[in-house]
Write a protein that binds this ligand. Structure first.
Ligand code: AP5
Length: 213
């Protein structure tokens, strides 16, 4: 099964993709995580993407498309995958089509002010990358990961001014994909303003409705 999670920054794509990956036993491919990993390892690719990420604009298509093509070709993607953060514009969507058909695009809808609140309160574990929210899903011990005890940190691009730029980038470059996939009859709209559990439930129902669960 090939799924795409589409939506503004902070809509919960990563949170829902992680849950779905466990439920469906297929990998989650997050282009944002892949870029951050390259950056942490100090690779040329990471350095090439750093400035774009810091500013909250899209990294160059060629880098991203090649990265996804390679990852999707790996053995563990044989039964499918869940794309989180890709495609982000029409060119990337066309490149994805060349890799084969997509079963469903889940569009997580959330407004700008909710996005800003969620992202400025997001904290991530430095060790295992588990994602928390200080307001909605805080860790049991302040600053420490419940799972591995690792230190929690705030992503550089989760500062309010960068979040607002990311939202603008989303509106101008990524939002047109809603019509693109609607025209192909593979778009499922999800109200992402409820709790994590409510959103998971809506995602599950969308998959059941399409006969994918
Ligand atoms: P990326 O890392 O992909 O960021 P994003 O798409 O902006 O998405 P986020 O990770 O911020 O949000 P999310 O929707 O996954 O939300 P999450 O589940 O964490 O991209 C970063 C940068 O990399 C880009 O700006 C760009 O430069 C570059 N890049 C990446 N992909 C690219 C591409 N394809 N092309 C070009 N450039 C690319 O949840 C957010 C917070 O809310 C968390 O704290 C979570 O706990 C909480 N939360 C989640 N759901 C709920 C809920 N229902 N209720 C309350 N809180 C919730």
């Amino acid at each position: 099964m090939r799924l795409v999670l589409l939506g503004p920054p902070g809509a919960g794509k990563g949170t829902q993709a992680a849950r779905l990956s466990e439920k469906l036993s297929i990998p989650r491919i997050s282009t944002g995580d892949m870029l951050r990993d390259e950056l942490n390892r100090g690779t040329a690719l990471g350095r090439a993407a750093e400035e774009y990420m810091r500013k909250g604009v899209l990294a160059p298509d060629d880098i991203i498309i090649e990265m996804v093509r390679r990852r999707a070709g790996q053995a563990d993607c044989g039964e499918g995958f869940i794309l989180d953060g890709f495609p982000r514009n029409i060119r990337q969507a066309e490149a994805l089509e060349e890799l084969g058909p997509v079963d469903l695009v889940l569009y997580l809808e959330l407004g700008e002010e909710d996005v800003v609140q969620r992202l400025t309160d997001r904290r991530v574990c430095r060790e295992c990358q588990f994602v928390y929210n200080l307001r909605f899903s805080p860790p049991k011990v302040e600053g420490k990961c419940d799972i591995c005890g690792g230190e929690l940190f705030q992503r550089h691009d989760d500062k309010e001014e960068v979040v607002r730029q990311r939202f603008r980038t989303y509106r101008e470059r990524t939002r047109p994909l809603v019509e693109y996939y609607e025209a192909r009859s593979i778009l499922g709209r999800i109200d992402a303003s409820g709790t994590i559990e409510e959103t998971s439930q809506a995602v599950q129902e969308a998959l059941q409705f399409r006969g994918l669960l």
